[in-house]
Design a protein around this ligand. Structure first.
Ligand code: HEM
Length: 469
């Protein structure tokens, strides 16, 4: 017989509009604010949003149930319908057994020996990025970080230089990211928007054709060339020998995975770096400590694979930025069957949300949770932290495959750039959030560059600027 709690729904907001429209609008217009409001109801929250029964889980144990221990019962399902249409069935978009095969095959692209080569690329492009910067120059921080991570990811994935070989790629990706703003809307609404004669629909279609064609050309060129270049594409060509092979996979599958890594590995890291710079710009004491470490560990040398593990404070800075601003701020799943979590029954087909953004700002696990405090990340603190109280890369079998890549890129890019530059936030800017698929800022964020060690410019740091959360 059911206990009382299995019959009850968890607490949550009342649905005063049909189909939970107030929740649909809340999530679509201000997802971060909406999630924070929902979390006030407790560790498990229920609300209706469109046709979905939504369960928001705010406790590390329940998050572990969904992503790790009971993961077989939770699929990506409809949450990746649009991505599946764009990319095809690949490591990000597949579910269940269909996910295991590409995951196993792609894992070697992040093995240690490959990462060593990637480290050189990360430092090289970070060096190149800052070479054109001038003291006192004002830059659009998000754009600069996106250009940097795009250059790194295209070199490591396909061994091409995006600036010289394929400058159109950046525009195509921007068109895709604009289109991805629709991800938080119910699919029926997205279908309606797709039919409208909008410039964004046209740009998306053109971008899609461009990306498909250029990936196909690249694959054909590389097959003809037959060289191992140490990039992801070399590995994919090895895994999927030729179109129409016995596995039934081939060049189309390669295109799917290339585009997946491209999309998953570019904006996420750019945003993490962007937020790290914003936080550093507001915390001069942290910035000074970072500079001390760079001087001690690197002196005048460029960072690299051998110094990476010694850049401990730089890593803590990046870790803390990912705590406050996790680019993948919410992770959706659908329940395959009824299951019990935290004393409640989560029914079959329910949409379950877990949010690094919420749990990583929870005072139960992080003292002074809103404060940027890289010092908190001592080995003792890390080992005492409940599992899944910090999960910017997800967890379980769907843990981000690019996690080691992202850590290395974050630390090496921060170290390379901070060796020479400080970034000063221009006063009076709003740093409000505008999350869609990722945790983006609402507006472009402008910083003034200050060359380190040369007091050539006295720029008054933007004390007035505060991060709006
Ligand atoms: C700071 C940077 C990054 C963050 C915060 C991040 C976050 C995440 C998260 C949370 C997931 C799990 C999604 C889910 O469970 O639904 C994920 C999956 C994934 N990420 Fe990342 N990611 C980052 C960088 C990268 C990079 C650099 C790459 C590739 C070069 C990458 C490739 C992928 C792929 C392919 C998956 C799907 C893995 C699977 O389902 O087996 N990510 N990422």
């Amino acid at each position: 017989m059911s206990t009382k709690s299995t019959l009850l729904r968890p607490p949550g907001p009342s649905t005063w509009l049909p189909l939970g429209l107030n929740q649909v609008v809340g999530m679509a217009s201000d997802p971060a604010g909406f999630l924070r409001k929902m979390a006030e109801y407790g560790d498990i929250v229920y609300y209706k949003a469109g046709l979905n029964d939504v369960y928001l889980l705010n406790h590390p144990d329940y998050i572990r149930d969904v992503l790790v221990s009971e993961q077989k019962n939770f699929i990506k399902g409809e949450s990746v319908t649009l991505l599946r249409e764009l990319l095809g069935e690949g490591v990000f978009t597949s579910d269940g057994p269909a996910h295991l095969q590409p995951r196993r095959m792609l894992q070697p692209s992040f093995h240690r020996e490959r990462l060593a080569g990637y480290a050189r690329t990360m430092v090289k492009y970070s060096e190149e990025k800052q070479r054109d910067w001038r003291d006192g120059q004002v830059i659009d921080l998000t754009e600069e970080m996106k250009q940097l991570t795009l250059a790194i990811v295209t070199r490591t994935l396909f061994d091409i230089d995006v600036a010289t070989d394929k400058p159109e790629l950046a525009d195509a990706l921007n068109a895709l990211h604009d289109w991805a703003r629709r991800f938080l809307l119910p699919i029926q609404v997205v279908r309606l928007i797709e039919k409208l004669p909008l410039a964004s629909n046209r740009r998306f279609k053109e971008a899609r054709v461009y990306l498909d064609t250029s990936m196909d050309e690249l694959v054909a060129q590389r097959r003809a060339e037959g060289l191992e270049r140490g990039d992801l594409l070399s590995l994919l060509l090895e895994i999927y020998p030729v179109e129409g092979s016995q596995t039934g996979q081939g060049d189309r599958q390669i295109r799917t995975e290339l585009l997946t890594f491209f999309l998953a590995g570019h904006e996420t890291t750019a945003l993490a770096l962007m937020w790290a710079w914003c936080l550093l710009g507001q915390h001069p004491a942290v910035e000074a400590k970072l500079h001390c470490e760079l001087e001690e560990v690197l002196g005048q040398d460029a960072p690299g694979l051998e110094s990476y593990s010694r850049l401990k404070y730089t890593e803590q800075v990046f870790r803390e930025a990912l705590r406050l601003y996790p680019p993948a701020y919410v992770i959706p799943r659908y329940a395959l069957n009824d299951c019990r979590i935290g004393g409640y029954t989560i029914p079959k087909n329910a949409l379950v949300l877990v949010s690094p953004y919420l749990v990583q700002r929870d005072a139960r696990y992080f003292e002074e949770p809103e404060r940027f405090k890289p010092e908190r990340w001592t080995p003792e603190f890390k080992s005492a932290l409940p599992r899944m109280a910090y999960f910017p890369f997800g967890g379980g079998p769907r843990l981000c495959i690019g996690e080691p890549f992202a850590w290395m890129e974050g630390v090496l890019a921060l170290a390379t750039l901070a060796q020479r530059w400080k970034m000063r936030l221009l006063p009076g800017q709003s740093l409000a959030l505008n999350p869609k698929l990722t945790l983006r800022p609402k507006q472009a964020i402008h910083v003034c560059l200050e060359r380190r060690g040369e007091n050539t410019r006295a720029f008054q740091s933007g004390e007035a600027t505060r991060v709006q959360v």
